[in-house]
Design a protein around this ligand. Sequence first.
Ligand code: ADP
Ligand code: MG
Length: 615
Amino acid sequence: AEPVTEPTAGGAGTARGGEGGEDAEPPEGPRPGTGDLLRLLRGSGRTVGAALALTVVGTVLGLLQPLLTMRLIDRVAADRTFSLLVVALAALFLAQAALEACGQYLLDVTGESVVRRLRRRLVERLLFVRVRELDGRRVGDLLSRVGTDTTVLRDMVAGSFVQLVTVSVTGVGAAGLMLWIDPVMFLVVAATLLVAAVLVAGVMAGISTSTEQALAGVGAMTADLERALGGIRTVRAARAEPREAERIGADVDTAYTAGVRSARLGSVVGPAMEIAVNGSFLLVLLIGAVRVSGGSMSVSELVAFLLFATYLVMPLAGLFNALSLIQRGLGSLRRIEDVLRLPVEGSEGADPSAPAPAAVPSGQVSSPLLDVRGVAFSYGDRPVLRDVSFSVPRTGLIALVGRSGAGKTTLVSLVEKFYEPDHGQLLFDGEELRRVAPRAHRARIGLVEQHAPLLYGTLRDNLTYASTEADEEAILETLRMVNLAELVERLPDGLETAVGDRGFNLSGGERQRVAIARALLPRPELVLLDEPTSQLDPINERDLTDMLRGISRERALLVVAHRMSTVRAADRIVVLDDGRVSAVGTHEQLLTEDPFYRRLTTDHLTRPLDRAAAD
Ligand code: ADP
Ligand code: MG
């Protein structure tokens, strides 16, 4: 017999999502429009109102400047005195600057609160979303939506509204005043600007698609980098750094190419507008000069007109900027709403309309704690479980065995209500799982995942993750039970030692025992252990088996097992073969009755070293 190697741990069973599914973009929702952008401001209505009011007043003050200038020139020409008008003009400048600064500040703050609101909603959505929705999503891409896309919206809120308000107020005001000073010259300016505006609008559309592509590139980059860094040791061991750098570099290039494309489009706009602006300026100057010399226009009127013309034209650059911010914002909003639309568990969670379970057959003394009845399940259109039935009594050790990929972890996920079965029923304590709220249900179950992660914080945080109220006594007792007491003594700060990525790195076996302790500490009615011995050495494994036996006297244990010692200790063994229960019984029964089980025990179950030697 070949001992110790890990036959079923890891392997195909841990593959998430399959090959093609990973990059699949979810179905797109409706494209958000400008109305959706405005809805972002809900809750900041008053701040935005105040900011816009300040901006409007500031802009109007700005419009007064050419008029005052006109008066100033007239006065100086008449009697060579500057008088109070200069002071008034200076005061106007200052007031305008102050108002605009305040308005901008308020909008910046609004932008920050929009980001905060969105991020909080995104974080909450992502943590509560149905497990199924996260299969086939790339974590990094989701992260970039919380990080990058929200900042795009912040910049849009902070940057575009002032511009839009300034442009429209200045536009209307300056146009009116120019019309009043000289209608013909106004028409010349208006015509050139119209041409410029049409040009800008055309280019904007192109820029919008480019920026969306750039953001998608950033999303892909984050996702790929996240995955590569997550498995950095494997990447190094496979000497795949250059390949990864190349792949992630390609995402960077996508963003670059899209950025360059919008830069190219944008670069056309600037000079074209400049030509239009300077051209109209020149025309106005020529026509104005003729009029002034002909006496139909005063010099001060010409100066004021030219000032208004620049007022009208200058914010056009800002308008261009604001529109592109809005385009970017729409793209990001789409990526954000895509996440916010993901169905959360709560909305589906308990379904009281699901059919009640059929009555327990009369004559049965006590109903099982978990009763799986004819369950079928598929990931997408890939069937994994077909007609699975078995039950778990209220106490005792039930082992679930089967080849890698047989569907054992999937079955555990169904019991945790991570997924709903396609057919059949799971009854927990006599209640159909579809009818119970997931969080309440999970409070009664302890789960040790196949690859149990360490979570944030200290060893204590990790142990009490499912039972934050646990008292010291219970913690110590559980630690002794899983043979971790000695580790705690070795750790520099005992239970308060930070563990995991940013702290003390625990070995695979230690991690697994921490995970078992975490699942046991809340004293659940049912404990699900998915290959809890995959990382343990044989000595620990025997302790663990003894421990499991001890625990199973008080509560139900369902253990996905691949070690002989655990399987032998089980009160009942459920054999899963290719998504079906092929046999149920004790080790001895199955050995004599079930050829598949016999093959499984020789090919797939690991024996502990000592017994293997004895065999
Ligand atoms: P086991 O735990 O018995 O090794 P699993 O329940 O993990 O098997 O997986 C059963 C089958 O379902 C495997 O073929 C696996 O590739 C597939 N599978 C597991 N999880 C997913 C998922 N989230 N999406 C699609 N297929 C999956
Ligand atoms: Mg598995």
